[in-house]
Design a binder for this molecule. Structure first.
Ligand SMILES: [Zn+2]
Length: 80
């Protein structure tokens, strides 16, 4: 399975949470190994998720996924 960057971004939060099938996970890891752009996106997304997870009083709000997606798009734009 060969993924392009857009496929990786679509799956990245699921990937971090371990919710992707093994074959998809392997494909994402293969992509990340040679794509610095996606590796940077992975790092930013993981940081956002860690920040959210660290705040125990904070439950995932409705629209969280949409906001995460928007944030990832922002990171991508900033990364050029
Ligand atoms: Zn990529």
């Amino acid at each position: 399975m060969v993924l392009d960057c857009k496929h990786v971004w679509d799956q990245i939060s699921n990937y971090i949470e371990g919710e992707v099938p093994l074959e998809m996970r392997a494909a994402i890891e293969a992509h990340l190994a040679h794509c610095r752009h996606c590796a940077a996106v992975l790092d930013s997304t993981r940081n956002i998720l860690i920040l959210i997870a660290d705040d125990r009083t904070f439950e995932l709000p409705v629209g969280y996924s949409a906001r995460l997606h928007a944030r990832v798009q922002q990171e991508l734009a900033a990364a050029g």
